[in-house]
Design a protein around this ligand. Structure first.
Ligand SMILES: CC(C)(COP(=O)(O)OP(=O)(O)OC[C@H]1O[C@@H](n2cnc3c(N)ncnc32)[C@H](O)[C@@H]1OP(=O)(O)O)[C@@H](O)C(=O)NCCC(=O)NCCS
Length: 401
């Protein structure tokens, strides 16, 4: 595909690997370690990379990796994880990303992926391509010395302090259980577990090696970093399958007497603040999006997830980038949907990016209606969509990519 007289978009091959890695390094300002190159090569590979070339020079790249993502209700769907998008600083804002995306998403569509997902470096780029922010996460700091448990917080015990590498199979099994019930969470490839447990210095962000606390139904992996006021336990990953494991692990983490603070990220429905007498001790440093969702196949996506109440209405979805949109009759009975193309008048009209934001249940329809990004013919239709699309479990990203 030609974007201008000089720029050509094509599939990358082995000879392009070094040059496209250089583009990543420059674009993200981070040199790759040899181990990180190996992981990227195994995870994505050259055959799923598309590049833009200007003469001999590689001036743009995008990649994707096959993923399996859980949707509300626990079904796992096939997705493409778009990653490593970078355009040379010498060639910005002349349509190279758009041309790369057009080619890449044509391929993703042909592969039959139900969703395409990404993690965005900047929030203003991807809505035009049909992606909506679909999970929410807050980075929080807790002054451990001020944290006191509420009298009703259970103390279930059952937490063991372990070396992470000694309990790899237990940790991966808990992750798998968590992933199967958590919207947004992806199956984690073995190569990423290898990288996590290898715990190389270049992956430590200035912290110590990993410490681990393990419960039958959860785990917490953390490092010690040095903060301005003292030592901080920085949680790298905490996954719990039951409320008891969640409370037990937090009780154990707050038992780290010499740690001044604890840093972690929380989904909006994480009960941690309510376990404490003073919920304000969980201080939010930032709140941001995580996973962005573009629905590639509206019919398959809407039939894959479950709903919290019945629906029977015509939904018009507008896709300004590709042709995934159209009018669909969405009928939900007992949580399960059938979705069929129709010419009937719509009762709900929404752009594909906003539908992506609603899809995993992390955002509310009324917010998008108030922002004029979702139209319904009556307030009743809005409340019906709002309730049906909500989820009883908060959406989260399983692992960044
Ligand atoms: C982001 C990046 C890939 C954009 O590449 P580009 O070739 O300059 O983008 P294009 O010219 O094709 O722009 C496509 C559209 O996105 C818009 N756009 C591009 N970068 C944008 C930005 N940073 N913020 C908001 N809009 C942006 C353009 O205005 C254009 O809009 P339009 O087609 O609707 O008119 C490039 O700036 C880059 O490599 N950045 C550093 C690495 C990075 O952040 N990668 C993204 C990882 S998630």
């Amino acid at each position: 595909m030609k974007t201008s007289t000089r720029i050509t978009v094509r599939a990358a091959d082995e000879r392009d690997w070094r040059n496209l890695l250089l583009l990543h390094e420059v674009g993200f300002g981070t040199p790759y370690t040899p181990e990180a190159i190996d992981v990227r090569r195994e995870l994505v590979g050259i055959d799923r990379s598309i590049i833009a070339v200007d003469g001999e020079a590689v001036v743009g790249v995008t990649m994707d990796l096959p993923m399996t993502v859980t949707v509300p209700g626990g079904v796992a769907v096939g997705a493409a994880g778009v990653t490593g998008v970078s355009v040379a600083p010498s060639h910005r804002r002349r349509g190279i990303l758009r041309a790369l995306y057009a080619e890449q998403h044509r391929r993703i569509q042909a592969s039959g992926a139900v969703l395409s997902v990404l993690i965005a470096s900047e929030g203003g780029i991807y809505g035009r391509f049909g992606y909506g922010p679909a999970t929410i996460e807050s980075a929080v700091t807790i002054d451990r010395r001020l944290a006191a448990f509420h009298p009703k917080t259970p103390d279930p015990g059952g937490v063991r302090v372990v070396r992470p590498a000694d309990v790899r199979t237990t940790i991966t099994a808990v992750y798998d259980r968590w992933q199967r019930i958590t919207p947004g969470a992806q199956v984690r490839p073995e190569v990423l577990w290898d990288r996590l447990f290898a715990d190389r210095e270049s992956d430590r962000g200035g912290g110590t090696t990993l410490f681990a606390m393990l419960h039958d139904d959860g785990y917490a992996l953390y490092r010690r970093v040095d903060g301005e006021d003292g030592m901080i336990a920085r949680i790298q990953e905490m996954r719990t399958v039951t409320d008891r494991a969640h409370a037990a692990l937090w009780r154990a983490l707050f038992g780290l007497d010499l740690m001044h603070g604890i840093e972690t990220t929380l989904a909006p429905d994480d009960p941690l603040p309510q376990l404490l007498t003073d919920s304000r001790v969980v201080r939010t440093r930032s709140r941001r999006d995580g996973l962005w969702v573009r629905i590639m196949d509206v019919r398959a996506a809407l039939e894959a997830r479950t709903y919290r109440s019945d629906l029977d209405l015509v939904l018009q979805v507008d896709d300004g980038f590709l042709d995934a949109g159209g009018r669909f009759r969405l009928s939900v009975r007992d949580g399960h949907a059938t979705c069929t193309p129709t010419d009937d008048d719509p009762r709900v009209v929404v752009d594909l990016d906003a539908l992506g934001s609603l899809y995993l249940g992390a955002h509310q329809a009324r917010t998008f209606a108030a922002a004029h990004r979702l139209w319904t013919d009556t307030p009743e239709a809005l409340w019906a969509v709002e309730h049906a699309f909500s989820s009883n479990r908060g959406a989260q990203v399983g692992w960044p990519f």
